[in-house]
Design a protein around this ligand. Structure first.
Ligand code: SAM
Length: 235
């Protein structure tokens, strides 16, 4: 399937799923607009990282704490995942934003860890197929213009006996919180480039990925996944 097919499939899927009250769910900034936004956000994200860890740390630890071998962190941002990965892994992080990658570099230094960081689009990874033992990503699909293409890229670069682990956020299952998210969906997208009313389970399903285990928490706003890549010939 080509990337254009993926984009069309995602758009059609979002259109089908979109309630009338969710005007932000089928909108997409371009990759370069997102890169520009994150140039602005990088400092603030680094400063507030402790708060992010307080809220999401246990979900990251649970999903990422047992990976091993060569591990790719897709859209690694400021490197918040790094401390939750075992010290023995060979870490590679990619992100579209040079400013976020600079924060990730500082994170590696703070943690006294080694890793390779590269500027790259998650929707078009420049690694060969079957490169990594594990592919991890957190709080990322809500910002990708084509999250289905990005998830299929994660599957492509993961070894057939490897594992894909995600910690994603989205629409709450708590009525008042969900209604607040829907009310602010457009404004939040315009400010942060984040579709916070997205349902990560729908995106994972649209990408055709095979979920071994999934869990939700924090009033339904956090969903985590353990995914087995399909055999190379079936992708
Ligand atoms: C909300 S942050 C999450 C960062 C990190 N994964 C974490 O859990 O804290 C989203 C990240 O996705 C990156 N990003 C957005 N679009 C991207 C793309 N097409 N390719 C690679 N990275 C992208 C942004 O630069 C940003 O660092």
């Amino acid at each position: 399937m080509t990337s254009t097919d993926h984009a069309e499939r995602t758009r059609a899927h979002r259109e089908e799923q979109r309630p009338d009250s969710d005007p932000a769910s089928d909108r997409s900034m371009s990759v370069s607009e997102i890169r520009t936004s994150y140039a602005e956000f990088a400092d603030g994200i680094r400063r507030l990282e402790w708060l992010d860890r307080l809220i999401t740390g246990r979900y990251r630890r649970h999903r990422f704490g047992d990976v091993d071998g060569e591990v790719l962190d897709v859209a690694c941002g400021a490197g918040t995942n790094f401390r939750y990965l075992p010290e023995t892994v060979e870490l590679v992080g990619i992100d579209i934003s040079p400013e976020m990658l600079a924060a990730a570099e500082a994170q590696l230094a703070d943690l006294g860890r080694e890793g390779t960081l590269r500027e790259m689009d998650a929707q078009d990874l420049s690694f060969p197929a079957d490169s990594f033992d594990a592919v991890v990503s957190a709080l990322s699909t809500c910002t990708f213009p084509d999250p289905v293409a990005a998830l299929q890229e994660m599957e492509r670069v993961c070894k057939p006996d490897g594992t894909i682990r995600l910690v994603e956020h989205g629409r709450s299952d708590l009525g008042p919180l969900a209604r607040f998210q829907e009310w602010r969906a457009d404004a939040h997208y315009a400010k942060m480039g984040c579709r916070w009313t997205q349902d990560p389970r729908e995106v994972v399903e649209a990408a055709g990925l095979s979920v071994d285990d999934t869990a939700t928490g924090l009033f339904g706003t956090i969903t985590t996944f353990e995914i087995s890549p399909a055999p190379s010939g079936d992708r």
